[in-house]
Design a protein around this ligand. Structure first.
Ligand code: HEM
Length: 499
């Protein structure tokens, strides 16, 4: 016994020594980089004290403005570098080794688990390989049915608002996007558009995102003692609702598959027979690979795709409407293109039609530039790197400020101006490949980016073909909430006029 205790103490001292050595090295290198003053325990988090959920993103922007384009912060005793130049971003995102996610994702873990967004190493690699075929072009072609059916339903539901009164279109888009992800990737009906007044899953999702960001910037919430605080308990309450929803989605799909043993994808609106495993939609692929994907892992992936698959596109569609509603001349150009491509049709039905909507695509890309749905992503640097001549030791964290590279005036003159022509082919050729990264880039880029663009195009085309959209708020008075997803604080207040 004495022998074991002695060995234990030696091992502990050895670990402490290594940690201390590493920490000394980190301090030595990281503190050569400028950044806000750091104090013991709280690091530089004091700069966020007193900020509320409404101004946290503004604070991040102020700090970035003051110390950027390359600076460091400390959170407790953890160092983090912040990058926003295409050349710096390329070093991190291009690497096939730097794929481990940053510290903030630890706080998302209780919700999304070790799904594709957060996992790393062999688990991420195998899962990415397994799921990639579910977003193949052939599968997306089949999803067009759902995209247009739900878009048509949306314009019908919006009819009651086409009376020149101001309303917030954000909840309508949210419910439409939720229906779309459920009926495509999950193969079940959510019918969220049939009740746009309230949805427990959506309410809990917003609250959970807000609580996660608050935890990130509050040092005494970082350990698991968080769950003893009222805020931690509130977080757990919302998690129960979120997990309850996704558990039901899986149970519903299993039931449909049991009643339909020939491995068909035959959700209510997607009557397609696909027998090859290579061509199964997302959830069917996970369920049919039952031996290799345990139930817990299926839930994690469903939680991940349910969130990533609708909250991001909702924000992107809503910001596009906001910007086009502020630029009626450009909206007329979109409308003209819609009439040319669709004729009398209310909504696109094929990918070939979507491909012809080139100007609409420029508008979508430009909206994602100014207001990227995911404004910041982060990595843990599992290898030493060099940036601007500064050595960054292993295990330091790294935040990539997507919104900031998108708003760099040297790359995009007058960056807050909505100018879709920036994405005409002739204007993009000389741009640095890492100067436009709404879907991230490199090995951990967004698996759903084609899905997202097709969905966005279909929904926006349907709305703009039927209605003229007039925005109430302008870019100057809109407050960007930087939770996990960037959204406008007051939603998107618009008026609709029937075309
Ligand atoms: C406009 C819409 C979207 C935007 C702007 C967007 C953006 C992003 C970004 C920036 C990342 C990298 C995240 C990180 O490194 O932490 C990401 C990853 C991811 N996205 Fe998207 N996304 C969108 C839509 C979608 C959709 C529709 C789906 C699913 C149907 C999806 C599923 C995922 C998944 C699973 C990952 C993790 C991929 C991996 O690490 O292998 N996203 N997305």
């Amino acid at each position: 016994m004495y022998y074991i205790i002695t060995l234990g103490i030696i091992a502990l001292l050895w670990m402490l020594r290594n940690y201390w050595k590493w920490h000394k090295e980190v301090v030595q290198y990281i503190d050569k980089i400028q950044g806000p003053t750091a104090y013991p325990f709280i690091g530089s988090l004091h700069v966020f004290f007193g900020t509320t959920k409404y101004d946290i993103f503004k604070k991040i922007k102020d700090i970035t403005e003051k110390y950027g384009p390359f600076f460091r912060t400390w959170s407790n005793n953890l160092a983090e570098i912040h990058i926003m130049q295409p050349e710096h971003i390329e070093i991190v995102l291009k690497s096939s080794k730097l794929i481990t996610k940053g510290r903030g994702y630890d706080f998302i873990l209780p919700w999304l688990g070790d799904g594709l967004l957060i996992s790393n190493g062999p688990k991420w690699f195998q899962r990415r390989k397994l799921i990639t075929p579910a977003f193949h072009f052939k599968i997306l072609e089949h999803y067009m049915n759902v995209f247009s059916q739900k878009s048509r339903r949306l314009i019908t539901v919006l009819e009651k608002e086409a009376n020149n009164e101001v309303f917030d279109v954000y909840p309508y888009i949210t419910h439409c996007a939720l229906d779309i992800i459920c009926e495509t990737a999950m193969g079940v009906s959510a019918n969220a558009l049939e009740n746009t007044e309230n949805n427990q899953y959506v309410d809990s999702l917003y609250k959970t995102s807000e609580l996660i960001i608050n935890r990130l910037f509050t040092p005494w919430y970082h350990s698991n003692l968080y769950y003893l605080f009222p805020e931690g308990r509130e977080f757990q309450r919302h998690l129960k609702i979120l997990h309850g929803f996704t558990t039901k989605v899986i149970a519903d799909r299993k039931k449909i598959l049991q009643e339909n043993p020939s491995n068909k994808i035959s959700s209510s609106s997607n009557d397609v027979l696909i027998n090859s495993k290579q061509k199964l939609s997302f959830l069917d692929l996970l369920l049919s690979a039952n031996e290799t994907v345990p139930d817990k892992d299926v839930r994690e992936e469903v939680d991940t795709f349910m969130f990533e698959g609708h909250d991001t596109t909702t924000a992107a569609i809503s910001w596009s409407l906001f910007l086009l509603g502020n630029h009626l001349d450009l909206q007329e150009k979109v409308y003209k293109e819609l009439k040319d491509v669709l004729g009398d049709k209310k909504c696109p039905e094929t990918i070939s039609e979507l491909n012809d909507l080139q100007y609409l695509e420029c508008c979508i890309k430009e909206a994602l530039r100014i207001y990227p749905s995911v404004p910041i992503i982060a990595r843990k640097l599992t290898e030493e790197i060099v940036i601007d001549g500064y050595k960054i030791p292993k295990n330091v964290y790294c935040s990539v400020h997507i919104y900031k590279v998108h708003r760099n005036p040297k790359i995009y003159p007058n960056p807050m101006k909505f100018d879709p022509d920036r994405f005409l082919p002739e204007n993009t050729t000389s741009r640095h490949p890492y100067a436009y990264i709404p879907f991230s880039a490199g090995p951990r880029n967004c698996i759903g980016q084609k899905f997202a663009i097709y969905e966005e195009k279909t929904v926006l085309a349907a709305i703009l073909k039927t209605y003229k959209v007039i925005a109430i708020d302008s870019q100057d008075n809109v407050n960007e909430l930087g939770e996990l997803i960037m959204r406008p604080e007051e939603g998107v207040r618009i008026k609709l006029e029937k075309r």
